[in-house]
Ligand binder design. Structure first.
Ligand code: URP
Ligand code: ZN
Ligand code: ZN
Length: 477
């Protein structure tokens, strides 16, 4: 059964125009004026007054992640369903093998738990240590499994953090493979020392979490990661950037001709560090790394301006929810609070309301940041990330006239807290089409467990060719 969407205003990263769209067998098959149904059973959706967006891509989520002694509260089914309700139709999760575990074993685990996803997904492969087999397994992951991006954590010392020698090796091998390296950039040794000092001084509440991870440690690690990438000509993508030091480091790398990308998330744009002082341990709901930053010192401005003017390229969510019961694991010591929060369902309405309606960027840029750019960077384009004949029929029909309030009471995540609780929003996803099927309409989900597909990705072909690097030519001085 096909779907004819009539007279919606189609918005891509480049264009805005009113047209009809016909989708069939999971693909967009026709865009034009006054299109007709093709079969008697085809559905017609009148989209006059609605904006039609390509389904959003969330390049940064953690479903069912075993982390800090517990497991993130959304599995692939509830997490992707929550995404669909918020207009996100494709996710890229992080496969994170334990230190010393084979990448291919880790991948088998992630393939198993992701089978219940209701929308399409891919993985970034995390490298949590370096051993004899790592380089070859990285090749297999890229060339035989279509996982064309990696992840390194420069923080979480004693768990999944890599040291500089390991970071160097990952960047080197990724460059050979043409893969992107995504980076959690914080100086994990400095964070560890600061945490020990605070704990010894009996500074144990969630309000000390940001004290243990100042923006300086993020800025330094961002610069170091970019330097390591530059040595090898690797494409680096810095995840969840929060501060002006980090944006500055990325801007300097870009201006010097390095192919690199930056991501931020709505929480770093819209919240400030006063949240950590909420009474009754409620501040723990906001504990994530890097932390939410203080207001009035330029971090929020650097992020908004970076998004508007091209220093930042992408907006993910870092969806990694933990319930209040899970957060209580760190009741007596903030270093034990599981790091992360929900966000996949909130992103579109927040960006539309506080980005587009507040004049921070226009609709085209919003789509670029939340769909088209992640598709380009991670090798999903043009199958995902745009509205074009032949692309997957992942579409959001957005009603800009609606108003609402974000809340844990109405979101579809299993998390019992919403860090955007009470935020007023303009517009809402009225209909969300995933793979050519209506899966969300009038506030109701109609998703199917297991309908999501693993998407093997290509090594991205976009952007300028990688430069010959000092490490390749021997001109190291
Ligand atoms: O606090 C966070 N961000 N939790 C998820 C893991 C990560 O660092 O992205
Ligand atoms: Zn991270
Ligand atoms: Zn993350």
């Amino acid at each position: 059964m096909g779907i004819l969407i009539r007279k919606g205003e189609i918005v891509t990263a480049a264009d805005r125009y009113v047209a009809d769209l016909f989708v069939e067998d999971g693909r967009i098959v026709q865009i034009g004026e006054d299109l007709e149904k093709r079969g008697a059973r085809d559905r017609v959706i009148e989209a006059d007054g609605l904006l039609v967006f390509p389904g959003l891509i969330d390049p940064h989520v953690h479903m069912e992640l075993g982390f800090m002694g517990t497991v993130s509260a959304d599995d692939f089914e509830s997490g992707t369903a929550s995404g669909v309700a918020g207009g996100t139709t494709t996710i890229i999760d992080f496969c994170i093998p334990a230190r010393g575990q084979s990448l291919l074993d880790g991948l088998r685990e992630w393939r198993e738990k992701s089978k219940k996803a209701v929308a399409d997904y891919s993985f970034h492969m995390a490298i949590t240590g370096w051993g004899e087999k790592t380089a070859e397994e990285m090749r297999v992951v890229v060339q035989e499994h279509g996982i064309t991006s990696f992840k390194v954590f420069m923080a979480y010392k004693g768990a999944i953090m890599v040291d500089d020698a390991e970071l160097y090796q990952v960047m080197k091998q990724a460059a050979r493979l043409g893969a992107v390296v995504t980076v959690h950039a914080e100086n994990g040794d400095a964070v560890y020392q600061l945490q020990q000092q605070l704990v010894a001084a009996k500074k144990l509440g969630p309000e000390f979490h940001p004290v243990s991870r100042p923006s300086l440690v993020e800025g330094e690690a961002t610069g170091r990661a970019l330097m390591m990438a530059r040595l090898h000509g690797t494409t680096a993508y810095i995840v969840h950037m929060t501060c002006r030091e980090a944006v500055g480091a990325l801007e300097r790398a870009k201006l010097s001709g390095q192919r690199c990308f930056g991501e931020t998330c709505p929480q770093y744009l819209l919240l400030d560090d006063t949240v950590f002082a909420k009474p009754d341990f409620e501040g723990s709901a906001y504990v994530m790394s890097p932390p939410i930053r203080p207001p009035h010192v330029g971090h929020h401005e650097a992020l908004w301006n970076g998004l508007a003017f091209g220093m930042l390229d992408s907006i993910g969510t870092d969806h990694c929810p933990f319930t209040m019961a899970q957060k209580r694991m760190g009741q007596d010591n903030f270093t034990l609070i599981p790091n992360g929060a929900a966000g996949i369902e909130d992103r579109l309405q927040l960006l539309y309301t506080y980005g587009v309606c507040e004049g921070k960027f226009d609709l085209n840029r919003m789509i670029a940041l939340a769909s088209t750019n992640p598709a380009h960077i991670f090798g999903l384009y043009p199958r995902k990330g745009t509205i074009a004949v032949g692309s997957d029929a992942d579409l959001v029909l957005y009603d800009p006239s609606a108003t609402g309030t974000r809340s844990a009471r109405s979101h579809h995540s299993k998390c019992d807290r919403n860090i955007f609780e009470g935020f007023k929003v303009k517009g809402k996803p009225a209909v969300v089409i995933v793979n050519g099927r209506v899966q969300f309409e009038d506030g109701t989900l109609a998703v199917e467990r297991g309908a999501g597909r693993f998407i093997a990705r290509e090594v991205a072909k976009t952007g300028h060719p990688l430069p010959v690097t000092p490490a390749e030519t021997g001109r190291m001085g």
